[in-house]
Design a binder for this molecule. Structure first.
Ligand SMILES: *[C@@H]1O[C@H](CO)[C@@H](O)[C@H](O)[C@H]1NC(C)=O
Ligand SMILES: *[C@@H]1O[C@H](CO)[C@@H](O)[C@H](O)[C@H]1NC(C)=O
Ligand SMILES: *[C@@H]1O[C@H](CO)[C@@H](O)[C@H](O)[C@H]1NC(C)=O
Ligand SMILES: *[C@@H]1O[C@H](CO)[C@@H](O)[C@H](O)[C@H]1NC(C)=O
Ligand SMILES: *[C@@H]1O[C@H](CO)[C@@H](O)[C@H](O)[C@H]1NC(C)=O
Ligand SMILES: *[C@@H]1O[C@H](CO)[C@@H](O)[C@H](O)[C@H]1NC(C)=O
Ligand SMILES: *[C@@H]1O[C@H](CO)[C@@H](O)[C@H](O)[C@H]1NC(C)=O
Ligand SMILES: *[C@@H]1O[C@H](CO)[C@@H](O)[C@H](O)[C@H]1NC(C)=O
Ligand SMILES: *[C@@H]1O[C@H](CO)[C@@H](O)[C@H](O)[C@H]1NC(C)=O
Length: 453
């Protein structure tokens, strides 16, 4: 009886939770909207909304890809944080409402936004910067009282044909409506940035001056962009021209991209150059041989132009061929990483290996001792190679094959041991005392001692 009551209590509690769940979702989705798994639609104009709905949990909002808002006479702005949690939003429609203001950071967190329909609202202007970080394929702006101002000039430039098909109009002074495509404003010119020289190919240690010349109206803001440089530098700007002085260029800045960008209300333009810094080879790593499928003597080397690599074994040049050859796996962290690969090496391949790296600016060399197999005519032990994964780091790991081997050995040991125990039991209780067991030590001292009489 009591068990039944407890069960009943539990199910009542469960029912209560279900009720709560339904009630709380209902409260999160406004009455005038419908919220399904991936879509929110608000079209009821009588019980209108003023802002985007906020759903119960972040996870629910993560699932939303489509928001559709229409006929909302009190909906007038999209602010910084309104769409913050709708990270997977791809389609947004706000139409036939009173949208007047879209903040510059409105879509900051909506990197997947592709389709944006703001048709038939009250927008008089909109900045290109709102969309700068996005990859919008459809932007619909028709039916808005757009001004024929410089701020809206980007629409004509960006939307080109689209502006025709949408028949975008703007309101000129005096209230005239004219096609946006015919908008022409004298002091409204898209910026240009020109970086010179367009190629930088110099020795390390050199000093270089990059000049960025910008144009556009209104006067654009000039911004230098670069990954953190190791070399010292100084920026000298005067008017529309800026100079970046680079001193004593470090080889560590080789391949760095330097960008100069010009921005104004009409748009932006950028120009960049990649530093090509010439320097002699440097072998930063030459490690012990390890066995993967083949044997590998791993190395990492830098240098620009790419160093030529050669090998010596005991001071004698190694002739590369199908069984011994140099392989570069990748170029990362500004270095070439690779192996001297050896197929089934024997004791005659043992010895000190020297890597010679050279280019037109200099050379470097390093030596490592490799020991592949014991010479059958000598004593000594086989060096157990450590497994080395060149793609991660120097940490030795058990190779997968070895791990499998360990499992197999352990498996066999368990089977043998079980059999052995069974045999003991059998011998002890089998009644046949032909073979007595004097004693055995298990668990602590292996091998097991079994003394027969
Ligand atoms: C989000 O969608 C996934 C798959 O469509 C679903 O399994 C999950 O329950 C949804 N999460 C929420 C909170 O709706
Ligand atoms: C939503 O976005 C997150 C990353 O922000 C992603 O992990 C998740 O799979 C996405 N969900 C859907 C339904 O696309
Ligand atoms: C919005 O309202 C108009 C009439 O005012 C109506 O024709 C239209 O269907 C409505 N749109 C939606 C999506 O409900
Ligand atoms: C988004 O809008 C595009 C264009 O109208 C449409 O083809 C697509 O099906 C929409 N996607 C979603 C998820 O609603
Ligand atoms: C439309 O926006 C202008 C400002 O750009 C504002 O003065 C006006 O009140 C708005 N109209 C409506 C109907 O919201
Ligand atoms: C932008 O979208 C187009 C198609 O809509 C796609 O081909 C392109 O790869 C996208 N670019 C980025 C940077 O996401
Ligand atoms: C910058 O460009 C303008 C126009 O292209 C040119 O007249 C001017 O001489 C340039 N200035 C410098 C410092 O290169
Ligand atoms: C240039 O930098 C190198 C190290 O990158 C330094 O050894 C050298 O002294 C520097 N030369 C000058 C002139 O500052
Ligand atoms: C060679 O590389 C090593 C490791 O990256 C570095 O410590 C060393 O300074 C480099 N030598 C030269 C001459 O650049």
């Amino acid at each position: 009886m009591s068990a039944f009551r407890r069960g009943c209590g539990v199910s009542l509690l469960g029912f209560y939770w279900v009720l709560m769940e339904v009630w709380s979702i209902g409260a999160a989705c406004p009455a005038s909207c419908s919220c399904s798994g991936t879509r929110i639609a608000c079209v009821d104009h009588e019980r209108g909304i003023m802002a985007f709905p906020v759903l119960q949990s972040e996870m629910e909002m993560d699932n939303i890809t489509d928001i559709y808002i229409a006929n909302q006479s009190r909906f007038s702005s999209i602010n910084d944080k309104d769409l913050h949690y709708y990270r997977n939003l791809t389609n947004l429609t706000v139409t036939n409402s009173r949208l007047t203001y879209v903040s510059r950071l409105a879509f900051q967190n909506n990197l997947r936004l592709q389709y944006l329909n703001l048709k038939d609202n009250n927008l008089s202007s909109l900045s290109w910067r709102i969309f700068r970080h996005l990859n919008i394929s459809n932007l619909i702006l028709s039916g808005n009282p757009l001004h024929c101002s410089c701020e809206n000039m980007w629409m004509k430039l960006w939307m080109a044909e689209e502006a025709y098909t949408q028949d975008l109009k703007c309101i000129a002074e005096g209230g005239w409506r004219k096609p946006l495509t015919s908008l022409n404003l004298p002091h409204c010119v898209v910026p240009m940035a020109t970086l010179s020289p367009s190629k930088v190919k110099v020795r390390e240690g050199a000093n270089v001056v990059l000049t960025c010349n910008t144009s556009g109206a209104p006067s654009p803001e000039l911004i230098w962009n670069m990954t953190p440089l190791v070399s010292n530098y100084e920026i000298k700007t005067s008017g529309q021209v800026s100079e970046l002085h680079l001193y004593n260029l470090s080889s560590l800045d080789n391949n760095c991209k330097i960008t100069c960008s010009a921005q104004n209300i009409v748009g932006e333009h950028e120009s960049s150059v990649v530093l090509d810094i010439l320097f002699p080879p440097n072998i930063s790593k030459l490690s012990d041989a390890y066995q993967d499928h083949h044997w590998c003597i791993p190395f990492s080397v830098s240098g620009n132009p790419q160093p030529e690599l050669r090998w010596l074994l005991k001071g004698v040049p190694v002739t590369e061929g199908p069984y011994i050859f140099t392989q570069i796996h990748d170029f990362s962290e500004k270095e070439y990483h690779g192996c001297l690969q050896l197929d089934s090496p024997t004791h005659i391949n043992n010895g000190p290996y020297t890597l010679l790296a050279s280019n037109v600016y200099g050379k470097d060399q390093k030596t490592v001792e490799a020991h592949f197999m014991r010479n059958p005519f000598e004593g000594g032990t086989v060096t157990e190679p450590l497994y080395y994964d060149p793609t991660t780091d120097d940490t030795p790991l058990d190779p997968p094959e070895d791990r499998v081997a360990v499992y197999v050995v352990v498996g066999i040991a368990v089977v043998v041991f079980t059999g052995f125990l069974l045999m003991l039991v059998f011998l002890k209780f089998g009644g046949n005392s032909k073979f007595g067991i004097k004693g055995f030590v298990l668990f602590q001292n292996i091998p097991v001692e079994v003394v027969g009489r």
